[in-house]
Write a protein that binds this ligand. Structure first.
Ligand code: ADP
Length: 859
């Protein structure tokens, strides 16, 4: 009914406009000659068409597209840019909602081009918002959030509540995908806030309610889910919003499934399909098929479930819906195993694992694609900046021309006035000779001044041009480095990734010898380490760039650090057959320095890592010397010397710049992102020190670092604290452990590590569950608390558990290892803190030390 009406209206408007355009053609008017009234009328009509297109967008996206295409044609015929831009946006949206993302992006960009140049803040912001949603659908989540923030700024600037609403709504959905449910909920609640008392915005209101219900469903807070979904469904139905209706029914289906209310679940899914088909939403239909299969699985109708899972698998495979494909394989494997078809179960399980792996690598690929997009947008900004620079230059040129013209004019006026004086005052000439001479002199002076001015202006133009040229060259150079850097990073991440995935799948093959297995595992381990290394470097450099790195100085025993470094790197040196040694310049009781221990170790480790990497025969030595000034210590000088390949003179300065490795011709010769020295240099400078290299190509390199000596306020401990290695007197310990962790791989890893010392392990996947488990098992000895978990994070959960028991041993663990995490953990009541990936020895030593101490105390 409604569609028909819509069709009629659009048809009438189009006819009217076409008639008018025909009229124009017949009477020989072109668009420049349109009368003001005709133009206003046409614009008005184009606006109406666009409004119509937007209004029916979620009811009938295909219709939206056809109307917007018409209004676009009309708008470009009469040169109505704003109309054209809006039409492009709606065409983009119509492709977006049906899942044709690439086409959608094209139209959004067209619209952006139209709106950005005249600085149409309102519409530019809207397009940014649509792009954000698109990036979110494409799983480029960071980019999505970034665009939302951009768009939000514009919307707030214009006090455009509706845009602000959509921004928060989209941000919520991105957070939801990232499983950051707290943030998602905050964003959705913000949406409700914006609407406030305004009950006229039914559609927006129902979106907000529906989204909140989804988060509640995902976090298993079932209390008001049904009521919220029904409420939004009611609104969607009254608004004939087919997209909203189909979504609300879909989630109702999931809710009833969770509650095992079979009849209602089936009914909801059928309804969702009905409305999904109207708007041609293929993904929804596949999702519903999967849901039906899952329902049958819950009902133990395995035959029926298998059939449906197979169908959803086929469909999701065809359409590239990775998540559903993975889940379908998982359940097919479960069903096979229930039916004792172990061969089938294994095959499906393998397919499931394989896809999960590739989903992970896809995530990384997405991150790379994201980097590329960022890079392109940087490029675009630069183009705009160039344009402005050119404009400036142009202005200067005009100014110069003008001033030349002024000079000429003045000269002519000068000559004319002299002529006039001669003509009119012939007789008076002699009398006033002296006066004239003075005047002449004055004019001469003026001329000279003008001449000087002209020259000065020319110089300024020249100067400015050369400045601009320099800036341009510099920008180009850094762009070139960045491109090379991106290519290199992509290579650096892919190489170990291939190692890991490739050799892990080789490991699955039958008939491998023990030696082969050990070899493959070693490759996987090495690739993993390399991957971790590059990720750590990337995180470090971005933190440095963002100015987020602070120093944390404390009294540090340098000899102890030297020993630690030696022990850490000695095995690698031995493996390469290199001589490896270090020297100390002071006795340990005197080797105290106030510095940032973490950064010091990072600097020295980078230098030693490089020495090991670039040295193939001979030796590596490191150590320090102490420098005095007027009998007291002024600074400490550290060195790392190697007999490796050396560094050519002309590169010795550049190696401390970021991205440098990418600039070397034979990039493939050595692994590395070229960030290590840049990070070291930044750290050294933060500690008020200096870093440099003395090297000769082919003859090894000596790297030096100096750090200033600070007066020690506190008294130095008279004996050095040496870390007690776990003694053999260790008694065996047997613990009841709670693992609070939501990542399956980490749980598996913990299980293996804890085998030796745990007699019982209890699991929780959210912070809330962890607290509940602790309440039920107050005899737990040890809690391993992941910090980032859904529903309730690890900090809060630790705090809650600490309230219940002062003594239970809690270890906080994170994968991001950011500065300040440790303090936050201890603050929340954790006893210790570890970072992932876990080091078995560190964890076991930590536990043995703690629990043995307790045993000793207790006698
Ligand atoms: P990466 O080693 O990851 O490429 P770095 O920033 O640590 O990055 O080093 C930058 C560049 O400096 C290296 O690519 C290498 O060419 C050179 N370099 C650093 N240390 C040495 C060394 N000890 N011997 C020879 N070349 C070195």
């Amino acid at each position: 009914m409604k569609n028909k009406k819509v069709h009629n209206i659009s048809f009438i408007i189009t006819c009217l406009i076409i008639a008018m355009l025909l009229n124009i053609a017949v009477f020989g008017q072109d668009k420049e000659n349109l009368s003001e009234r005709q133009l206003i009328f046409l614009r008005h009509e184009i606006d109406s068409l666009n409004k119509l297109a937007f209004k029916i967008f979620s009811t009938n996206p295909l219709k939206t597209r056809s109307i917007a295409i018409k209004s676009h044609a009309l708008a470009s015929a009469v040169g109505y840019q704003k109309g054209e831009g809006k039409a492009n946006n709606y065409i983009g949206m119509s492709y977006h909602i049906t899942g044709s993302y690439d086409t959608a992006i094209l139209y959004y960009e067209k619209a952006l081009n139209i709106f950005e140049m005249p600085g149409d803040t309102l519409n530019t912001g809207k397009i940014y918002n649509n792009l954000a949603l698109l990036f979110s659908h494409r799983e480029y989540y960071n980019l999505a959030l970034e665009y939302n923030l951009k768009s939000l700024r514009y919307a707030e600037l214009m006090h455009d509540d509706e845009s602000i609403f959509h921004n928060y709504n989209n941000m919520g959905s991105t957070y939801e995908k990232l499983e950051q449910y707290d943030n998602a909920l905050k964003a959705y609640n913000e949406c409700l806030n914006i609407l406030g008392e305004d009950t006229t915005q039914k559609k927006l209101y129902s979106y907000a309610i529906c989204n909140i219900a989804i988060i509640n469903l995902l976090t298993k807070q079932y209390d008001s889910v049904e009521q919220q979904l029904q409420k939004s469904l009611h609104f969607f139905l009254s608004e004939q919003d087919n997209y909203g209706i189909s979504q609300a029914y879909k989630y109702l289906g999931q809710y009833y499934t969770e509650r095992k209310d079979i009849d209602k679940a089936l009914e909801a899914i059928e309804n969702s399909n009905k409305y999904g088909k109207i708007i041609d939403n293929k993904k929804l239909i596949v999702e519903n098929r999967f849901q039906k299969a899952y329902l049958q699985f819950l009902l133990h109708n395995t035959a029926q479930a298998k059939l449906l899972f197979k169908e959803s698998l086929q469909e999701s495979k065809n359409a590239n819906y990775l998540k559903i494909t993975i889940e379908s394989f998982k359940y097919l494997s479960k069903i096979d195993s229930l039916n004792s078809n172990y061969f089938g179960a294994l095959k499906n399980y393998q397919a499931y694992m394989h896809l999960k792996d590739s989903a992970n690598s896809l995530k990384i690929q997405n991150q790379i694609a994201e980097l590329n997009i960022r890079y392109e947008s940087l490029q675009k900004n630069k183009e705009i900046a160039n344009l402005t620079a050119e404009k400036e230059l142009h202005k200067l040129k005009i100014k110069k021309q003008l001033s030349q013209r002024n000079l000429l004019l003045l000269l002519i006026v000068g000559i004319l006035s002299i002529g006039a004086i001669i003509l009119n005052s012939r007789r008076k000439i002699r009398k006033k000779n002296t006066l004239l001479a003075e005047k002449n002199e004055e004019i001469g002076k003026k001329n000279k001044e003008l001449h000087d001015h002209k020259q000065h202006l020319e110089e300024k133009v020249k100067e400015r041009t050369s400045e601009l040229l320099k800036a341009k060259n510099k920008a180009e150079e850094s762009d070139r480095l960045k491109t090379a850097f991106l290519a290199n990073i992509s290579h650096e991440i892919r190489t170990p990734m291939t190692g890991i995935i490739g050799f892990a799948s080789l490991l699955k093959e039958e008939g491998l010898s023990g030696k082969e297995q050990a070899q493959y595992i070693k490759i996987i381990e090495r690739s993993g380490k390399r991957m971790l290394n590059i990720i750590t470097e990337l995180v470090d450099i971005s933190k440095i760039e963002a100015g987020q790195v602070h120093t944390n100085k404390c009294l540090t025993n340098i000899n102890e650090q030297m020993q630690y470094l030696y022990q850490f790197f000695a095995p690698d040196a031995a493996e390469k057959g290199l001589k490896f040694s270090y020297t100390e310049a002071a006795t340990s009781s005197k080797s105290w320095l106030i510095t940032d221990q973490g950064k010091f170790i990072a600097i020295m480790s980078n230098l030693l890592k490089n020495a090991l990497k670039y040295t193939f025969t001979g030796s590596i030595q490191f150590g320090y010397t102490i420098h005095f000034k007027e009998k007291s210590i002024s600074q400490w000088q550290f060195y790392v010397k190697d007999s490796g390949i050396g560094i050519p003179k002309q590169r010795q300065e550049a190696i401390f710049e970021r991205f440098v490795q990418a600039d070397i011709e034979d990039v493939n010769a050595y692994e590395g992102a070229g960030l290590g020295l840049a990070i070291s240099k930044a750290y050294v400078e933060m500690l008020d020190g200096r870093i440099w290299v003395v090297s000769e190509e082919g003859n090894g390199s000596n790297f030096y670092v100096t750090l200033p000596h600070q007066l020690i306020e506190k008294e130095i401990p008279s004996t050095i604290e040496t870390k007690q290695l776990p003694s053999n007197k260790n008694k065996a310990i047997s613990l009841k452990v709670l693992i609070a962790e939501d990542d399956e791989t980490s749980i598996l890893h913990f299980n293996i590590i804890l085998k030796e010392i745990a007699h019982e392990i209890i699991y929780a996947t959210t912070g809330k569950e962890a607290v509940e488990q602790y309440q039920q098992h107050p005899d737990i000895d040890l809690v391993l608390m992941d910090i980032k978990m859904p529903v309730m994070d690890g900090y809060t959960a630790s705090r809650e558990i600490r309230k219940l028991n002062k003594d239970v041993f809690i270890i906080g663990q994170t994968a991001h290892a950011l500065a300040g995490d440790r303090e936050k953990c201890i603050d929340a009541g954790c006893n210790e803190y570890i970072t992932k990936p876990l080091d078995k020895t560190i964890l076991l030593n930590m536990l043995r030390n703690h629990f043995n101490e307790i045993k000793e105390k207790d006698g």
